[in-house]
Ligand binder design. Structure first.
Ligand code: NAD
Length: 336
């Protein structure tokens, strides 16, 4: 892990400044704009209305203030970063000079195809067209693009400016050169990229999340534990280890001196009993979903804080964790 972070730091010093366009300035598009601009790239945000663009700008300012408060950036970086971000309602103006397009419009296949079709006709041949899609097929999306080999998914995790992981998903026609270049670019941004080598629904992050989520709902439904207590198991138990290592290393250590092999042969029977007793529905039964929604309404934190306050509370804690674990302070770029 340390090596990865050191690589991030080293490569961030070597990158050249690019022109980057964020198509869609919602939650994810605005966060991408912040990430790019903090590293000194020229950013343009394109969206469909002035109101959305104003909201996007406000959001970015709020995040910058939080980064300043938490010591991630210096005061002067606020104006410098804002100065790197323009916005426009003209798609042509937004993309014609861009080196990299990061599309973050609604998660809708037809809309994304329409955008990739239009944008690919307007951009320069060398531009990379990346989608933030959480699970659509890039092989399908790239079919409509003029240069399918330059299309790819870069899936961030919300909130992208705080969570280092990104999943890079090439389509059937994406060129290896584009995969490598996007991978290096993400390292230079201070992200921790993985490459999803086969197209599967949900990539890696959401597949793992889906497995845990189904079991959390089942445990609730069977009356084994309450919403509050299931959440506690994750944040006060599993999650603490997961913040420093994944399941493979966790269970390697769980096997004692003999490691993962011992774990698989001697401790797996307990897991086998769990797997045998688990329900495997593929659409959340309505009654279970209702229990979950009701349970969340009863949580003290949800009763005490508004949605906005909860997001601030989460980001405040996330930022402390990221500082502790990754030391990704966004200092001034040495190349500028
Ligand atoms: N929110 C998350 O947790 C999350 C995490 C990772 C990836 N994603 C993915 O990122 C993408 C965006 O998600 P979001 O949460 O930011 O959504 P959002 O609703 O906050 O923002 C979407 C934006 O797209 C704009 N838009 C819609 N049609 C457009 C068009 N034709 N041209 C330009 N802009 C248009 C909307 O005006 C809006 O501002 C989705 O593909 C989503 O799956 C979301």
């Amino acid at each position: 892990m340390l090596e990865t972070v050191q690589t991030c730091m080293k490569s961030s010093v070597m990158g050249k400044k690019m022109k980057i366009t964020c198509v869609g300035g919602g939650t994810i598009g605005s966060s991408w704009a912040l990430i790019f601009a903090l590293k000194g790239h020229e950013v343009t945000i394109y969206d469909v209305s002035d109101d959305v663009l104003i909201n996007s700008n406000d959001r970015i300012r709020t995040w910058l203030k939080l980064l300043l408060k938490k010591g991630f950036i210096e005061r002067k970086q606020i104006d410098q970063t804002i100065g790197k971000i323009n916005s426009t309602l003209s798609l042509n103006d937004a993309v014609m000079d861009a080196d990299h397009i990061q599309e973050s419009v609604f998660e809708n296949l037809n809309l994304k195809k329409k955008i990739f079709d239009e944008v690919s006709l307007l951009v320069k041949p060398s531009a990379i067209l990346a989608s933030s899609s959480s699970g659509l097929s890039i092989t399908e999306i790239q079919k409509v693009a003029k240069r399918p080999e330059r299309c790819i998914i870069i899936h961030p995790i919300n909130p992208p400016h705080l969570i280092p992981l990104v999943e890079i998903v090439p389509g059937k026609k994406t060129s290896p050169e584009v995969v490598n270049s996007v991978y290096d670019f993400m390292l230079r941004l201070g992200k921790i990229p993985i490459i999803v080598r086969k197209q599967v629904p949900g990539f890696v992050f959401n597949r793992l999340a889906a497995a845990l989520w189904r079991e959390a709902l089942n445990i609730l439904d069977e009356g084994v534990a309450t919403v509050d207590d299931i959440d506690k198991v994750v944040y006060a138990g599993m999650g603490l280890r997961w913040a420093i290592m994944g399941p493979f290393l966790t269970y390697h250590l769980g096997g004692g001196e003999k490691g993962l092999e011992y774990f698989i042969h001697h401790i797996h029977p307990t897991f086998s009993k769990c797997w045998k007793s688990m329900r495997t529905w593929t659409v959340a039964p309505r009654a279970i979903a209702e229990k979950a929604v009701e349970g969340v309404k009863q949580m003290n934190l949800v009763k005490e804080k508004s949605y906005k306050e909860l997001v601030e509370w989460r980001d405040d804690k996330l930022i402390e964790l990221v500082k502790l674990l990754f030391d990704q302070r966004v200092s001034e770029d040495k190349t500028s």
